[in-house]
Design a protein around this ligand. Sequence first.
Ligand SMILES: NC(=O)c1ccc[n+]([C@@H]2O[C@H](COP(=O)([O-])OP(=O)(O)OC[C@H]3O[C@@H](n4cnc5c(N)ncnc54)[C@H](OP(=O)(O)O)[C@@H]3O)[C@@H](O)[C@H]2O)c1
Length: 287
Amino acid sequence: MNETVLVTGATGTTGSALVELLLEHDVAVRAMVRSDAAAARFAGTAVTPVVADLDDPAAVASALAGVDRAYLVTPSSERAQVQQERFAELAAEAGVAHLVKLSQLAADEGSPVRFLRYHAAVERRIRELGIAATFLRPNLFLQGMLAMAGPIREGRLFAPIGDARVSAVDVRDIAAVAAAVLTGTGHEGATYTITGPAAYTHAEIAAVLGEATGRPVTFVDVPPAAFAEQLRGVLPDWQVEGLLEDYAHYARGEAAAVLPTVRDVTGREPRTAAEFARDHKAAFTPG
Ligand SMILES: NC(=O)c1ccc[n+]([C@@H]2O[C@H](COP(=O)([O-])OP(=O)(O)OC[C@H]3O[C@@H](n4cnc5c(N)ncnc54)[C@H](OP(=O)(O)O)[C@@H]3O)[C@@H](O)[C@H]2O)c1
């Protein structure tokens, strides 16, 4: 019988890309979503949607019934650690054979970055549970540029990062690693740090966005406080503070290593920032 793979965050950045890729494999794909309206997006596909909120343990337990492998992702909110640890506990109770958790590059319980601390704590809890698991630790998502598409369309890319290099990665390559792990063997117990094929400055990312759209984009190194000001009101304060910590970590040059994980796990080279920019040029081009 085909294995059943549950994808949490199936409407999100990595989860939606993963669902697409899993459909190319001989597995039953179950997509966890939060509403009937979100479930409707899978009508007419081979995906079976299941409605469950991570804060509703009974619904999550039902979503996990009969699942062989699961992909776990939540947004980085104040509740992420609790939500993820409980999901892992319910997965272990449900007899899930393999849990794939989306973590983050340099996850560490002693990190000054709150996101890296909670990811490491969840990884530790999953190890304690004894469930077979794989931890995916990607670097900065290139797709994060889409959240800044407004200023980029006006020719500016703002970030508090100076000339530090970051081996930012295309989410499609993270999803490809996740799909390979969820449909393959031999990945249990592994921790995969996932990077793009090169480490870029934000000035270089701005340049490739400009080349793709045919309009110059200039990188502007903003002070952290000004960056935070732009985000307040858009994101909860906890997340704004977390993003500042994240960018300080990038600015210290701690996310510049380039690793061969995408090639090693999927057999394909990761996409470059220029490929990302070309594939998303419509979003960065003024209407
Ligand atoms: N952004 C980066 O550069 C970066 C880099 C490395 C690691 N990461 C890690 O990536 C993770 C975020 O991944 P992502 O970008 O794929 O996530 P995302 O796009 O923010 O998607 C989050 C998903 O979780 C769902 N969700 C939110 N709250 C839920 C709840 N209470 N119950 C059930 N589902 C819920 C959302 O559903 P709705 O559609 O209903 O809201 C959505 O499908 C974070 O852990 C972050 O640390 C990010």
